[in-house]
Design a protein around this ligand. Structure first.
Ligand code: GAP
Length: 492
């Protein structure tokens, strides 16, 4: 019987734990909510996703360079960026259960319930009322809407609510003595600001000419109040962001370019195209003149994986104002009138993807239960159909038995391959069982070393997706494996 979406998602979570992809943080202490650790295979898969992004964005673009900025930044950065004053969620507490909720989320859930019950007029009216209250930052109105629509706390079942208050999502910590006397710093809620404040450092030291980009992969922290759906919404997560600096007036052209380029990056992994869609923003943040989300169809619906934002000159202008340092670029290319474009603050197109969401998407996409039944026998296998370039382990090497010199021969082959491909050696269990375990973690190739290997320098190579087995010469192995796992397959 086909699995429901909920069952499918639970299956992904338990598979991730069973095979060492993702664990709850501090699990032996009952975990820390919305914080996760990546295990032995998870960290390999995560690294491979990072490499895919870095190669596509940095190494294959002559005009994009990468940096690795610190997590701690001067507190004024977050004042300038607007995060101190504006990075808030409207929260409401239930006085009986003491549980805290995002007010807009409670209303969204109610809208979804109205829609499910066919009350589309009510849903549309509530949506419009909520949007108006959020736009006007009218917190009392949000509470009135919660009361009018008789929304009860899912835990206590009561409607005994506090006032709605703004709750800043940034984590703060103490930082020794700061010059200004304040010792409070924030853990960065996005990696983007590390790029903006280094704009001139990179431009000057790298002699970069506009248009050019600066990319970065790194941790970000948000004290999310609603943290659920596994690694979808975490309090500590990783972003892969790129800011592309362009001439004012050329921003829309580059926005369209990056929209297309980023979707292409996702689709090169072989995902069914219908699983992706753009969600163009109608309501724009005050600093943006265009924005879109790349959404993926998770088992719990279409959700954002990546944002592409045309951020105007907002960030650099803000940093110029707050730091008192010029954030301008001198463009000596000639314009239509034959004069240099001169000094200006560049406009910025941002591409921002959550690494953990990309990881979750990759697992969900790849995990399948393949029916191998024949008229004689029911059978199935768990298969992680990862793109070979992303697979945590590329080659598993099995001696058929633990004796007769087969382990030694298998290790000799591994020694030839391990510098270029991540390999594992396994001699426990029957070969069939070893194959199935490798299928479940997405290993594209298994090599079996048997007595014939000792005589003629051949091995059996077994392909994960087709389960086809071939006898090939050891000297051919490198070429065959390379042809499948090469980054070229994804990037060219
Ligand atoms: N610099 C722009 C920025 O940070 P964002 O839409 O807030 O934009 C970008 O975040 C991406 O980061 C999202 O598309 C999502 O993939 C990821 N992301 C944001 N919050 C997250 C969280 N709490 N847990 C996991 N990923 C998150």
């Amino acid at each position: 019987m086909a699995k429901t979406n909920d069952e499918q998602f639970k299956n992904v979570i338990s598979h991730a734990k069973e095979y060492g992809f993702v664990f709850q943080s501090s699990e032996i202490y009952d975990g820390l909510s919305a914080v996760y650790d990546y295990g032995q295979l998870g960290s390999e898969l995560k690294n491979n996703i990072k490499t895919y992004w870095w190669k596509a964005m940095v190494q294959l673009h002559e005009n994009i360079v990468g940096i690795d900025a610190a997590i701690f930044m001067h507190p004024k950065v977050w004042k300038a960026s607007g995060h101190v004053d504006g990075f808030n969620d409207p929260m409401i507490d239930n006085k009986d259960s003491k549980k805290r909720y995002r007010a807009d989320q409670l209303l969204e859930d109610k809208i979804a319930r109205y829609e499910k019950d066919g009350k589309t007029d009510k849903a549309a009216k509530l949506q419009a009322d909520m949007d108006a209250a959020l736009t006007a930052e009218d917190l009392p109105r949000l509470k009135t809407l919660i009361e009018e629509h008789e929304i009860a706390c899912p835990v206590s079942g009561t409607r005994n609510w506090t006032e709605v208050r703004q709750f800043n999502l940034m984590f703060s910590t103490q930082f020794g003595a700061m010059a200004e006397g304040s010792d409070e710093v924030y853990l960065r809620p996005e990696t983007a600001q590390g790029i903006f404040v280094n704009f001139l450092n990179v431009q000057k030291s790298g002699r970069m000419k506009i248009p050019f980009g600066i990319a970065q992969i790194g941790k970000a922290f948000r004290n999310e109040v609603i943290a659920r759906q596994f690694i979808m919404r975490m309090r500590e997560f990783e972003q892969m962001e790129m800011q592309f600096f362009v001439r004012p007036g050329e921003d829309q052209k580059w926005f369209a370019y990056w929209k297309e380029a980023r979707l292409k990056w996702h689709q090169a992994l072989g995902t069914t195209p219908e699983k992706y869609r753009f969600h163009d923003h109608v309501k724009l943040a005050h600093y943006a003149n265009a924005a879109t989300d790349i959404e993926f169809e998770f088992p719990f619906g279409f959700k954002e994986v990546e944002g592409i934002h045309s951020r105007t000159d907002f960030d650099l202008s803000q940093h110029q104002e707050y730091s008192g340092k010029k954030m301008q670029y001198f463009d000596n290319d000639l314009n239509e009138d034959g004069k240099p474009y001169g000094n200006y603050i560049p406009y910025v197109i941002e591409t921002s993807i959550g690494l953990d969401r990309m990881f979750l998407l990759t697992l969900i996409n790849a995990l399948e239960e393949e029916d191998l039944s024949t008229p004689e026998k029911t059978d199935s296998r768990t298969l992680l159909r990862l793109h070979p370039a992303l697979a945590p382990i590329k080659v598993a090497i099995f001696p058929l038995t633990k004796k007769d010199g087969l382990p030694e021969k298998a290790r000799e082959i591994m020694d030839q391959l391990k510098f270029d491909f991540n390999c594992v050696y396994e001699e426990k269990d029957a070969i069939g069982k070893r194959y199935r375990r490798m299928d479940a973690i997405g290993t594209p190739f298994c090599l079996t070393v048997d007595h014939q290997t000792l005589e003629d320098e051949t091995v059996t190579i077994r392909h994960r997706d087709t389960m086809e087995q071939q006898r090939i010469e050891i000297k051919e192995l490198h070429t065959i494996i390379e042809s499948k796992v090469s980054w070229r397959n994804l990037l060219s």
